[in-house]
Design a protein around this ligand. Structure first.
Ligand code: ACO
Length: 382
């Protein structure tokens, strides 16, 4: 096969469309994000995660009956098989929860084989299992690594409240539930980001949905993608005080250090999700008191607007999400797994869309290595 490419190489595939999709839309200059045409701010205010997941999967808002049936199915499938719990128990407690989530989701594919990926029944059952069980996996790993028993899910609680309950063994207050639910809505889908592309590449091989989602989880883990929300908190505690923001930023810019939670390939203004998350943070802080990390973050955003704003670098979704989760008492290394239990709705919507009109992804490379190199026997090599 020829190594000559007909198109120019675009590092990071910048500006290269890799799919036609009707799931979400971004206008990066106008801070606009829509799921199936509906503004994400409206969904965060009016909808719930279950309804948003249906919207993403089915392409339209559910009727009352459709939502009630979907909600019922999700609640019904939350429990984990004992063997899956045993597997989670065997994982090192010092390991990152994203690793545990990826391993458990991959293992789900062995408990629930789903090879006939074109079958609508298989598709729907797999989607339900993944959305309903991923929160249970994350909460179980978190409890078990601290030597506590995993808390079984409660089917009288909605998706957000049940996840919180399985983590802390207490129900969230109505305001905490609303914030948790809104966070799940805001992270559920975001066009062709790295993990979604990863899910579509795996889907295009007709791999099972558990393989599709586990590959996306691995991609989400990196600090340039979903893992940035953890690093934001580290960065804010390194800055340490509001007074230190400007000197710290000057040094960071001078040494070309990346500011975590800032910048985006598509948004050249403040990410609309960051705007909603900031409001949610302030809502939480009206009950809990404003932490120092938030005051540092606001000053950093202000200072960075002068230095990075002209380059189109503004806060992204990860900048305020970690601060919100921290205020809810959620440990730092669960921030990215929470992203995953939300984003699974988007990954699955892309899986289904990919299967509708599938062609295996097989891009090209530009070969820059040597050719026709003679083989030198080992004894003659220097
Ligand atoms: N801080 C400082 N400078 C930045 C930042 C940042 N956070 N982001 C981009 N830049 C600068 C780069 O240094 C580069 O400058 P140069 O042209 O002078 O060399 C320019 O902006 C372009 O940056 P790239 O990294 O090439 O932009 P790209 O589109 O490839 O990367 C990314 C986007 C990965 C999000 C980047 O902005 C980044 O690393 N941000 C920090 C990590 C982060 O917050 N990730 C979460 C993203 S949201 C999500 O995935 C859920």
């Amino acid at each position: 096969m020829s190594s000559e490419s007909t198109t120019a190489f675009k590092p990071g595939l910048e500006g290269v469309p890799v799919a036609e999709s009707a799931i979400s839309f971004i206008d990066g200059k106008r801070a606009r994000l829509e799921y199936r045409g509906i503004a994400v701010e409206v969904l965060a205010e009016e909808s719930c995660f279950e309804e948003t997941a249906w919207l993403l999967l089915k392409g339209k808002l559910p009727t009352q009956k459709e939502l009630a049936d979907f909600d019922h199915e999700l609640r019904h499938h939350r429990r984990l098989k004992y063997k899956l719990l045993d597997l989670i128990k065997c994982l090192p407690e010092t390991g990152h929860p994203m690793g545990a989530l990826q391993a458990a989701v991959a293992a789900m594919g062995m408990f629930y084989p789903a090879r006939d990926v074109a079958n609508p029944k298989t598709q729907w059952e797999s989607a339900i299992r993944l959305i309903s069980k991923m929160p249970t996996i994350v909460a179980a790993f978190h409890r078990l690594r601290h030597g506590d028993e995993a808390i079984p899910p409660r089917d009288d609680l909605d998706h957000a409240a049940n996840f919180y309950y399985m983590l802390f063994e207490r129900e969230p207050s109505p305001s905490v539930r609303k914030v948790m639910d809104a966070c799940l809505i805001l992270h559920a889908e975001h066009t062709m980001n790295a993990s979604t592309f990863s899910s579509r590449v795996t889907a295009s091989t007709l791999a099972e949905p558990y393989a599709v989602v586990s590959s996306a989880i691995g991609t989400l883990m990196g600090p340039l993608h979903g893992g940035a929300n953890e690093e934001v908190l580290d960065m804010l505690s390194e800055i340490g005080s509001v007074e230190n923001v400007r000197p710290w930023l000057e040094k960071a810019v001078a040494t070309k250090r990346k500011i975590m939670g800032f910048g985006h390939r598509v948004y050249k203004v403040k990410d609309p999700r960051a705007t909603v998350l900031q409001k949610l943070a302030e809502y939480v802080f009206s009950e809990t008191g404003t932490p120092l990390s938030y005051r540092i973050a606001v000053e950093l955003e202000r200072a960075a607007a002068d230095v990075l704003g002209p380059k189109g670098i503004y806060p992204n979704v990860d900048f305020y999400s970690g601060i919100v989760y921290h205020a809810l008492g959620i440990p730092k290394d669960l921030f990215t797994p929470i992203f995953a239990i939300s984003r699974v709705a988007g990954w699955l919507a892309h899986w289904l869309e990919q299967l509708k009109n599938n062609r295996i992804y097989r891009p090209e490379q530009i070969y820059v290595g040597e050719r026709d190199v003679p083989y030198i026997p080992i004894e003659k090599r220097t």
